[in-house]
Design a protein around this ligand. Structure first.
Ligand SMILES: *Cc1c(COP(=O)(O)O)cnc(C)c1O
Length: 498
């Protein structure tokens, strides 16, 4: 399988090159150049997560042998990093509704599902292509990606990881997770300002040719670990299949029965993997795109207008606070009939005017599989409380947005097909909001999120995930605080280049 750019100006190349490069030079994203492989479900039924993973993604990574594929998968999902034997277990809420728990990895959010795999893929790709340079993974994070990249790449030979997080933009638990990070190849720095400052600083470093040359002389090469990289998207296809197969294996659904997936969405990576799964033959009814108050995607799927000219809200589901969803470009490429000229025109309008409108035919194609709505913070808190009282189950705020939007979907369409909500974070990772939803106000008042963890566990009987248990006591290892202009120096200092 070869990969081409959504903007059409790059020679198709094998997966190894596409994942090492990350972003295409024409500014587009790499996508499979050939039709997607069809997956036969029957043979996958008796297999475990690791075996299913290798079988599903192998056709996308043809340069690797079966043994190499199995080795990568084993290192990612079989090395004890995931606390649940099923890796991504389903939790049944009722006859119709299931939660796919994607947060049993080391950082308690779904980013681990891909970021535990990506380092091994990059390493194997570097070995195959003869790439000698040390990969420098540079990441700006609003919280979850940074920690997952640090955990995924820690002590992976041939890699260095540098994470910049906004001094004022991450939760107390997220900050503590990052500044206590262990590993000989990792570096974490706070940036004065908000996420946009950190992100702009990282983009400036990526665009700085002189800096890249200087580092290249010393054997370093920048790469990206966010979901613009195909290597991060691909492992996310696996759990859509595994959820379906688990329902099939337990006799809950019949072969060929269509199910819906609800996906709490930000950068459109997770739900796009669901779209690819459907194109690979998974029987999917609707993909329900759940947004928070930053509802640019909900408007897009309802009207065909993508308009980022709107206020940016900081919500209690911060990993979905985003106005430009990068991965939508890959969907647009497919929906336009793989027309790079059309994609380029929409992206030009997005850049220059902040908005574009798709044609009726494209709108019909997206409405055939996607449905979307959004939920605000108050609704989200109410849903966490209600779900806890009704089912005794704790939702994190991102997953609760998914549940709120699912309830709207049911009410609007009457569709009672079996549905899986992708649960993207452990409720304990966002203890403040969750405690506020389920504990009496007097119990929460004046308490830090760390103090709320045991209270939540006690009141609900749900255990605190091990990585969060001793978090507050861990020694702080990273104290760098930089202004945006100092970020290149932070990079050079860490790499020992001057
Ligand atoms: C990253 C993230 C999301 C959004 O996923 P996208 O792939 O960016 O759409 C949702 N919930 C949580 C907890 C996340 O960390």
């Amino acid at each position: 399988m070869l990969y081409c750019s959504t903007r059409g100006e790059e020679q198709p190349r094998p997966a190894t090159r596409a994942v090492l490069q990350g972003l295409a030079q024409d500014g587009g994203l790499f996508v499979p150049a050939a039709p997607l492989p069809r997956v036969a479900l029957e043979p996958l039924l008796p297999l475990d997560y690791l075996q299913r993973a290798a079988a599903i993604i192998r056709p996308f990574l043809e340069e690797f042998s079966e043994a190499e594929m199995e080795s990568m998968v084993r290192k990612a999902y079989g090395g004890g990093a995931f606390r649940h034997p099923s890796i991504a277990p389903l939790h049944r809420l009722d006859d119709r509704l299931y939660l796919l728990e994607l947060w049993h990895g080391p950082t308690c959010a779904f980013k681990d599902m891909a970021l535990q795999f990506l380092p091994h893929l990059l390493n194997a790709a570097a070995a195959k292509t003869g790439e000698r340079a040390t990969a420098v993974i540079l990441t700006a994070t609003s919280g979850d990606t940074g920690k997952a990249a640090l955990e995924g790449f820690r002590d992976v030979p041939g890699t260095r990881v540098i994470v910049f997080y906004p001094e004022e933009g991450v939760s107390a638990i997220q900050r503590q997770q990052m500044v206590t990070q262990e590993g000989g190849n990792v570096h974490v720095a706070a940036v004065r300002g908000n996420f946009d400052d950190a992100q702009a600083g990282v983009k400036a470093i990526f665009a700085d040719g002189a800096l890249a040359d200087k580092l290249a002389c010393r054997g370093f090469k920048f790469t990206s670990a966010n979901s613009i990289n195909w290597g991060r998207l691909l492992p996310q296809v696996i759990y859509y299949f595994s959820a379906y197969l688990d329902l099939l294996a337990s006799g809950t659904i019949k072969a060929g029965e269509k199910i819906n997936f609800v996906v709490p969405t930000g950068n459109f990576g997770n739900i796009l993997a669901g779209y690819y799964a459907a194109r690979m033959g998974l029987p999917v009814g609707k993909l329900i795109c759940a947004a928070n108050q930053n509802n640019v995607l909900a408007e897009f799927f309802q009207t065909g207008l993508y308009n980022r000219n709107r206020p940016f809200y900081r919500t209690i589901s911060p990993s979905m606070d985003i106005l430009v969803s990068s991965n939508l470009e890959r969907l647009l490429f497919e929906l336009s009939g793989r027309d790079p000229a059309q994609v380029k025109e929409w992206m030009r309008l997005l850049k220059e005017k902040g908005a574009y409108q798709v044609h009726p035919a494209v709108f019909r194609a997206m409405a055939a599989i996607f449905w979307s709505d959004w939920a605000g913070d108050d609704e989200t808190i109410a849903v966490i409380g209600r779900t806890y009282r009704e089912y005794g189950y704790l939702l994190d705020p991102h997953t609760a947005v998914g549940k709120a939007v699912y309830d709207k979907y049911r009410a609007a369409t009457g569709d009672d097909s079996r549905t899986v909500i992708l649960s993207t974070a452990s409720p304990f990772k966002f203890a403040d909001s969750v405690a506020r939803a389920v504990l009496p106000p007097a119990q929460c008042a004046g308490r830090s999120p760390f103090e709320l963890l045991p209270l939540l566990a006690e009141a609900t009987g749900a255990p605190i995930p091990a990585p969060l248990q001793k978090l507050e006591q861990l020694p702080v290892r990273h104290r760098t605080l930089a202004r945006k202009e100092e970020m290149p120096k932070v990079v050079l200092d860490f790499l020992g280049v001057n």
